[in-house]
Design a protein around this ligand. Sequence first.
Ligand SMILES: Nc1ncnc2c1ncn2[C@@H]1O[C@H](COP(=O)(O)OP(=O)(O)O)[C@@H](O)[C@H]1O
Ligand SMILES: [Mg+2]
Length: 425
Amino acid sequence: MKILLIGSGGREHALAWRLKQNPAVELFSAPGSSALAKLGQIRPAAIGDVAALTAVAEDLRPDLTVIGPELPLSLGLADALRSKGLAVFGPSAAAAEIECSKIFAKDFMVRHNLPTASYAVFYDHQEARQYLKHSSYPAVVKADGLAGGKGVIICGQHRQALAAIDALAPIPAAERLIIEEYLAGDEISFFALADGRTAIPFGSAQDHKAVHDYDRGPNTGGMGACSPSPLVTPALEKTIMDEIIRPAIEGLAIEGRPYCGLLYAGLVRTLNGLKILEFNARFGDPETQAVLPRFKGDLAEVMMAAAQGRLEQVSPTWDPRPAVCVVMSAEGYPGPSRQGDAIAGLEQAAARPDVEIFEAGVTREVRQGAEIPVTSGGRVLAVSALGDNMPDAVQKAYEAVSLISFEGAHYRRDIAAKAAKQAMR
Ligand SMILES: Nc1ncnc2c1ncn2[C@@H]1O[C@H](COP(=O)(O)OP(=O)(O)O)[C@@H](O)[C@H]1O
Ligand SMILES: [Mg+2]
């Protein structure tokens, strides 16, 4: 089975690693990375260039194309490939609007009675400023469009909210704004596969967004995750599927935007029940690096079933052991970060039992006659480990992390600490 994987990050490395466990899979990636080049051929094409990516796919004629990141989904890559008769895992631009426009997503949730924070929409920043005078606090100011995790600001008081609008103003995604009610409670990341009509659960995770321990410092793309989320009992999984995921998939189908791919629901468990923070139209990064080590089936077959509209035939099986993933980032991240530092210890860490290393910002360079891994991005890599229980997974992940070093390396020391404590109760 020939598979083309679109993307180049840690999420795509984890997807490729799992896909390749089916020995019949011949993998290609675009644009790929040095890690993906070890798992198959890579083809150059910018991630935002739909024409170039489509040309790669037309040349390869893969049995399946798997689209990792949101940008090419938002630009209609899945539509372009389907129009060429290719099978695709990933939603159309119309279905991906559930992630790519927060205004569409909120209005959609209201149309289909899905539980979410109350909100107001603004096409004009001046009107948003007026509204803030009488808003209750904390309030959350959000850019409508894709902002790479930089479009949401939680504001304790009026002054901060005005400053938030100023801070968002230069971002094109913030031309339109949402101001919404603040929801207090623990967050859950929940994943489901959908084929347009049928949806099945595909794991859960707890993310760690802030750059420093105890959730301090600015938000990042994610500094680590554990899976499953300790809050997701079998009963809660059923509630989430029945009350959130299936109605969302049905609603999208009814509105003529059938959803095929992975639907990611960001949820909060509040005192008034579960509420939806947002939907994402693709696998989370780094949640995927914690979810996929637990997945025991044939990912290629499952994704193909989703692409071909026969998910009802699939029932994924999972390793009962939990997984923890710890991100190692470069100095400066989430701001402009150091690059080009040699990375030591990757092989020793990867050789530990139940440990996988997923590379994000790593490239290979020849230095003094030898090819070595060097840092090339803010989030450099993720170390994932399975354990007999959450504390064991945490210990295994951090033991492997301690074997890896590069100048300016940073990682949180408290990934899954809360989940490990809950597990011991
Ligand atoms: N209404 C809200 N109440 C409390 N926290 C929120 C709210 N909306 C967003 N957040 C926080 O901000 C983070 C990012 O918001 P989200 O809507 O997921 O946007 P994005 O992932 O696109 O940046 C969430 O994970 C959550 O921690
Ligand atoms: Mg989010």
